[in-house]
Write a protein that binds this ligand. Structure first.
Ligand code: FE2
Length: 145
């Protein structure tokens, strides 16, 4: 049976994976007069988030648990809603902004669980993720003004 921290670390990984895929989907499919602005904005987001996937999985391995690595497991664990429709550029940015609240909640829960187990390496990493998502939220919010 996984500890609460390991279970939450798996949710954090799956949330990052689902969010990365959504941002890349929007990068691919965005259309309109402001295409390039949104195309580049969504690239900034997905590239940063994608860059964390390997580390998030290897952190789980270093807790002596197996990392979820299939689409089915990612979908089961993720709290980020999948997106199949092609939305307007503003709707895309709004969805990514709203999803950050879910991501931040999962990251903060993992932070507190790691602190209670004295796993400061992982709690520090979660604090870094909190900062990174605050920056993504700032860029998305500013674009939507
Ligand atoms: Fe691209």
């Amino acid at each position: 049976m996984d500890s609460a921290l390991i279970q939450q670390a798996k949710v954090v990984l799956a949330n990052h994976f689902a969010y990365y895929l959504k941002a890349q989907n929007f990068h691919w499919n965005v259309e309109g007069a402001d295409f390039l602005e949104y195309h580049d904005l969504f690239a900034k987001v997905y590239e940063e988030v994608y860059g964390q996937i390997d580390k998030l999985a290897e952190e789980i391995r270093s807790m002596d648990a197996y990392a979820p690595g299939s689409l089915m497991r990612m979908a089961q664990l993720s709290q980020i809603a999948d997106e199949n429709a092609v939305l307007s550029p503003r709707e895309m940015a709004q969805r990514l902004l709203t999803d950050i609240e879910i991501l931040q909640r999962s990251v903060m829960e993992a932070y507190h669980l790691a602190e209670s187990e004295m796993n400061h390496g992982y709690s520090n990493y979660m604090a870094e993720r909190q900062d990174a998502f605050a920056k993504h939220a700032w860029m998305l919010r500013s674009t939507l003004k």
